[in-house]
Design a protein around this ligand. Structure first.
Ligand code: AQP
Length: 339
């Protein structure tokens, strides 16, 4: 079992990142550790430059994200925790895979279409090639399990297509260069939506801070955002069918269930027939009880830059070592000779 996943150090990590991805990193880290497997979790700083960014803030944001991941339960003694910029093999393999990825495949990516909008011509080449770097990220370590939110499923399928075509074109069936990665997307909490609009995913880049619960928010901020979350005037239904056509209500029930570790039906058994005036304070208590301790640990860790830099340096050395063999095989398979 080899677990690989990454998160961009852009903006503040939110409840969607936590439930859709980070919580599963911790779960798989512990499973891998108990079974002699490996877990690589990286800060995707190379991905972050695909959109406008402030260079002077990138390293500080990266360290802040490391502090958040550790606060959430990632353990540098169990996982290899690093940033892409310190492991040149990521950028190198991306280039090697550029010859295999097809324009048509990338053109179909929903994230590209969403982020580029109507201004495709004005986007960076890096935004278009983003999924190829993502393929390199996981293929470098022969990943078997890739914990991601639902929005990244399409990119993982593309990584499989790239790996398959590369293996077919440049390797033998008996000795493939790449393992085909599997996405790990537990059904619950695969897609957490904005608190202001149940049709849009909760996102770091959404301008309104009221649309998301940041892992670094205070208890008062969290409770305030839940109190002001968009809902409808109806009470909660007593079965799942009653949530149809009510995206905001469905989102809040989904968040509650994911945090309480129960089913959405169990939440409706408890709150069906009651209004949001009762449900929201109960939800705020639950959110604060789960995220409050994470925030407290984050506050303890965030200013110790030396310790955070040391975690990244150690992880990068381990990642450079772990990625060498696959990178060498990819160069050799393409007929590229290096010294
Ligand atoms: N709303 C979400 N629900 C469930 N999972 C989510 N993820 C992101 N948003 C949700 C998952 O979090 C992981 C890390 O995300 P990322 O920072 O690398 O990329 P992202 O998808 O670009 O995150 P954001 O918040 O949406 O950032 P912006 O706004 O910058 O694009 C991924 O596994 C992702 O699936």
């Amino acid at each position: 079992m080899t677990v690989v996943s990454g998160i961009q150090p852009t903006g503040k990590p939110h409840l969607g990142n936590y439930l859709g991805a980070i919580r599963n990193y911790v779960k798989l880290q512990d499973e891998a550790h108990a079974n002699g497997g490996k877990c690589f979790i990286f800060l995707a700083d190379l991905h972050a430059i695909s959109m406008p960014h402030v260079p002077a803030e990138l390293h500080a944001s990266t360290l802040e994200m490391v502090a958040t991941l550790v606060a959430c339960g990632l353990d540098p003694d169990k996982s290899v925790l690093f940033n892409q910029a310190q492991v040149p093999a990521h950028a190198e393999l991306q280039w090697l895979l550029m010859g295999t990825a097809r324009m048509g495949w990338l053109n179909r990516m929903t994230q590209w279409k969403d982020k580029a909008g109507k201004n495709r011509e004005g986007q960076s080449v890096a935004l278009f090639g983003y999924p190829v770097l993502q393929a390199a990220d996981v293929l470098l370590y022969q990943a078997t399990h890739v914990p991601v939110g639902e929005d990244q499923k399409q990119h993982l399928e593309l990584a499989r297509d790239i790996a398959q075509k590369f293996n077919n074109d440049f390797a033998s069936e008996e000795a493939p260069v790449f393992t085909l990665p599997e996405p790990y997307i537990p059904e619950e909490a695969a897609r957490i939506m904005s608190l202001r609009d149940g049709s849009r995913k909760m996102s770091k880049s959404e301008p309104s801070d009221m649309s998301r619960i940041n892992l670094t928010d205070t208890a008062e901020d969290m409770a305030g955002k839940i109190r002001k979350a968009k809902t409808d005037p109806e009470p909660l239904p007593s079965d799942l069918a009653g949530l149809e056509g009510r995206p905001e209500a469905a989102n809040l029930v989904g968040i509650y269930a994911a945090l309480a570790g129960t089913s959405q039906q169990a939440v409706l058994d408890q709150f069906g027939g009651l209004g949001f005036g009762t449900f929201k304070p109960a939800m705020a208590d639950l959110v604060v009880s789960v995220l409050g301790p994470i925030r407290d640990r984050f506050v303890e860790l965030k200013d110790d830059r030396e310790a955070l830099d040391a975690i990244l340096a150690r992880g990068a050395a381990q990642a450079r070592e772990a990625s060498r063999r696959t990178l060498d095989s990819a160069y050799a398979a393409l007929g590229l000779v290096r010294g």
